[in-house]
Write a protein that binds this ligand. Sequence first.
Ligand code: UD1
Length: 418
Amino acid sequence: MQKFVIHGRRKLAGSLVVESAKNAVLPIIAASILTEEPIMIKNVPKIIDVVKMFEILEKMGGKVSFIDDDCVIDNSHITKFEIEPTLARFIRSSIFMLGPLVARFGRARVAYPGGCDIGSRPIDLHLQGLRELGVEIVEEHGFINCSVDKIKSGIIHLDFPSVGATENIMMASVLGEGKTTIMNCAKEPEIVDLANFINSIGGKVSGAGTSTIEVIGASKLSGGTYLPIPDRIITGTYLLSAAITGGRLELNNANYEHVYSLIKKLRGAGCKIKTDQNKITIECEGRLSSIASIETQPYPGFPTDLQAPLMALCSVSDGMSVITENLFETRFKHVPELLKMGANITIKDRMAIVRGVKALYGAQVNATDLRGGASLVLAGLAAHGETHVLNANYIDRGYFELENKLASVGADIIRSSS
Ligand code: UD1
């Protein structure tokens, strides 16, 4: 098991470059199945979830190679339409491959997907949407078997704006017959990015970023090169690392619009933040004021993926914060760990009441999911003494060598095997 060992109370200072967004890269990798021509994705973070997606492609007959941080995918020789069950159970984004597989080959088989345990994460909206596109779905013994002659067009109305279901249905319709309209879809920037990628290789998707997306079926897609958007959750994590240490950071390759809900809260707490087209600068001094109320919402509301990292900051801010988690029901698993470090947090259903303390203290804590793990790293940066964050592998699912990035701007953090 790997862990991070952190000696806290170092002010961060310097500049960091944000990598491409995990949540954009994962569906784009799945969408590469839609074409038999080569795709180059630029600036790909070699995080565990991305590596596992490539393994899935390779097991099906795809070829993946890296040139520095750019990867080339050649799916011209896919001959298997089953997603390897152990890999499917490991990453939730394996489910993204259903749509592209049925669109191109008319069949797909996948085990129920895994991922971080942050509540029940059903895939009913994905399956319902595919059924409405004419896909026959048989669920048996933990597997989902899909078959279709040709994806048909139609109007699909999502009961909830699920990010993954929007992406899956969008990808499934790209090679369909006629026009598909997806209503009440999610508006996350990663959905816009997926649509831009698909359009860059000859697809016809419009309306991404609004609640209605239209897809006009194309007979064939080409190859191409694509640079995904910067990771807004990493951007937010870096902003919070400056805020919690009273530091000053310049973030390059950062899109401020994508993290505006966080920037607004941080400014209210006393951080000075300047935004530029591709750059964000943050400067903080001393103990910040508390952020009174935070509610996670679908984009452009406050992202659920930044709830846990923000809670670390609230736990040392001056005053009380009420944090409501609306998207995932068990996404407070970092709370007992923050308590071990001296935080004062009470949970009531989906609400966490955080009373800021003057100081946190180093402890041995467990990362139990990706963003909860990031929250503990942030707490460790602010804490007196030594913090050991166990199960660093969870954090590696979304942050590539986080310890090196933070150490490069002055944090005292190392990775260690225990
Ligand atoms: C994506 C992100 C994840 C983020 C989440 C919410 C990726 C790879 N992951 O996850 O980082 O936390 O969006 O912004 O992009 N739901 C259903 N039925 C479904 C699908 C979802 O009930 O078929 C529910 C979920 O249980 C959850 C809510 O909808 O309560 C949101 O889930 P969804 O938007 O689908 O998130 P993911 O795509 O899994």
